[in-house]
Ligand binder design. Structure first.
Ligand SMILES: NC(=O)c1ccc[n+]([C@@H]2O[C@H](COP(=O)([O-])OP(=O)(O)OC[C@H]3O[C@@H](n4cnc5c(N)ncnc54)[C@H](O)[C@@H]3O)[C@@H](O)[C@H]2O)c1
Length: 499
């Protein structure tokens, strides 16, 4: 199977648009194909709408964005891409026909995946050429922010195709969940639908409104579901003895007819209640406004979960780790390759754009963000010399013990800033460095930071010697920087006159 540089999308509606936004953001080119030419404007708009939330998801260094092209020629798309994601309407015969046609054009080492919410892969691959490269890969809306993608093979799917797809989805920041065998609705939609059927019953018989039922989720189970699923949460509900006790205590209730499996009939009255209920909940806000609110919350929730390395936050953390590592490898060659003499100038470590939420009430980048950007630059340097996740997991880390910042010019929204770093001194336990933050538009220095880091054994909570190879790489940079002029701000204390 191929390495995916260009993704083909078959059908560019809600789900196709979401795939496009996610893939482009993580550096994959996208060829979007739809029978309706007017979908070109639509998908470009969908990608634009996704950008503000995606831009906030991570500060890790991203590859250059992918390029989006559009065509109504599905077969031409199939001939030029490395991976195809099908997102046309949920109709078996239509999908079978289109997948059959497209598979004639796509080389056999091109994986073809369907976003179907519930159709079975064995049925979908019937009319295909090389059906072993086909699988279902079911994402969730908004595809650009939710990491889950369910992978389901059919009778003729090869394990290789599922593995290749899994690698690709992980590469674009997703959590591939391999479903052991095909069942209608896969896993997640079966669970969602069980809840949804009960909601329809409770609204239908007048027990609750749509708003009350949503409250029953968002103030309670919904909050814990993001960190732990139903099963682990119920394990906790059993107290010390866990799930066994939980089942003994609440198991008998399962025989009571609390919930119903058959959905109620969708009468006009029930439809009206559902529509009026959700309109009341929307309180006049448009779908776009609600989408923005949803997206902002989804980004923030994932960032909080990342701190705890749990669920979608763990996926985000793994993605960032890879992005930082790739970036370190791209620039790190300079540090391990000291003989080349290419480290004899301050190292350009990171480049970031000032985000709107980084501004203070005067419209300037707020103080704490300067420290964050300098911290990211230090992190990039340390990764380049070998202080990565694995090193930290061994219980060793470099802690900031002193920082002195100066502000020399303004940084405004969407300014591109880069940080150049000069290594002033290093010994086995200490690193002393000096950062300059430049505004890319005019190369003016907007801020500087002088920092000292101490190498610690995190478990013993004591200063300790760094790994010899880390020290050697840092020392090579120090030696190369020894002939650079000392920064004017070096060693200054607060309030010192500038001259
Ligand atoms: N909407 C969701 O929340 C969601 C979530 C997960 C998966 N899915 C699945 O994704 C698929 C697409 O759903 P959607 O909500 O994006 O639908 P949609 O109606 O928004 O988009 C479908 C697109 O397919 C195009 N199309 C129709 N026939 C075509 C053809 N023959 N060739 C190429 N393009 C064609 C349409 O012009 C349209 O742009 C479905 O299988 C659905 O089950 C949807």
């Amino acid at each position: 199977m191929r390495q995916v540089k260009k993704l083909g999308l078959l059908g560019t509606g809600v789900i196709g648009g979401g795939w496009a936004a996610r893939a482009l953001h993580f550096g994959i080119d996208v060829v979007a194909a739809d029978v309706k030419p007017e979908m070109e404007d639509w998908i470009r708009g969908a990608v634009r709408n996704a950008e503000p939330a995606l831009a906030r998801l991570t500060l890790a260094p991203l590859p250059p964005k992918g390029k989006l092209t559009f065509t109504t020629d599905l077969c031409a798309m199939a001939r030029e891409v490395d991976f195809i994601q099908e997102n046309i309407p949920e109709q078996l015969e239509l999908k079978q026909r289109v997948l059959g046609e497209v598979s004639q054009e796509a080389p056999p080492d091109v994986v073809i995946a369907s976003s179907t919410s519930g159709l079975m892969p064995t049925d979908l691959q019937r009319a295909m050429r090389a059906p072993e490269r086909f699988l279902v890969a079911h994402p969730f809306n908004p595809v650009y922010l939710l990491p889950l993608v369910e992978l389901v093979g059919g009778e003729r799917t090869a394990a290789d195709a599922i593995d290749a797809a899994s690698r690709f989805y992980a590469h674009i920041g997703m959590h591939p969940l391999k479903v052991r065998r095909e069942v209608p609705g896969h896993l997640t939609d079966r669970l969602q639908e069980a809840l949804w059927r009960e909601i329809l019953h409770l609204v239908n018989d007048g027990t609750a409104t749509t708003g009350e039922l949503d409250e029953s989720i968002i103030y309670g189970p919904g909050l814990r579901w993001a960190a732990m699923g139903t099963n682990l949460i119920y394990h906790l509900a059993g107290g010390e003895p866990g799930m066994r006790h939980m089942l003994r205590q609440f198991g008998p209730c399962l025989k009571w007819p609390w919930t119903r499996l058959e959905a109620p009939e969708l009468t006009e009255q029930l439809i009206d209640r559902m529509v009026e209920g959700t309109q009341a909940q929307a309180r006049g806000r448009s779908i776009r406004e609600l989408e923005r609110l949803r997206d902002d919350c989804l980004v923030d929730i994932q960032q909080v979960l990342r701190r705890h390395d749990v669920g979608a936050g763990a996926t985000l953390r793994a993605l960032e780790e890879r992005l930082y590592e790739e970036n370190a490898r791209a620039t790190g060659a300079r540090i391990s390759d000291q003989a080349g003499g290419s480290i004899d100038a301050p190292l350009k470590l990171i480049e970031v754009q000032v985000r709107p939420e980084w501004l203070d009430y005067n419209g300037h980048m707020t103080d704490s963000r300067y420290l964050q950007v300098f911290g990211d630059a230090t992190d990039a340097l340390f990764r380049q010399v070998g202080v990565n996740d694995q090193y930290r997991k061994s219980g060793r880390a470099l802690y900031a013990v002193e920082s002195h910042m100066t502000h020399t010019a303004e940084a405004k929204v969407f300014d591109t800033l880069s940080v150049n770093t000069q290594l002033l001194s290093v010994d086995e336990k200490r690193v002393h460095l000096f950062h300059r933050m430049h505004r890319a538009s005019d190369e003016v220095v907007v801020a500087t930071a002088e920092q000292i880091y101490l190498h610690v054994d995190a478990a013993a909570r004591k200063a300790s010697s760094m790994d010899a190879s880390v020290h050697a790489r840092l020392d090579a940079v120090r030696a190369a920087h020894a002939s650079l002029p000392a920064p004017a701000q070096k060693g200054r204390h607060i309030g010192m006159p500038r001259n």
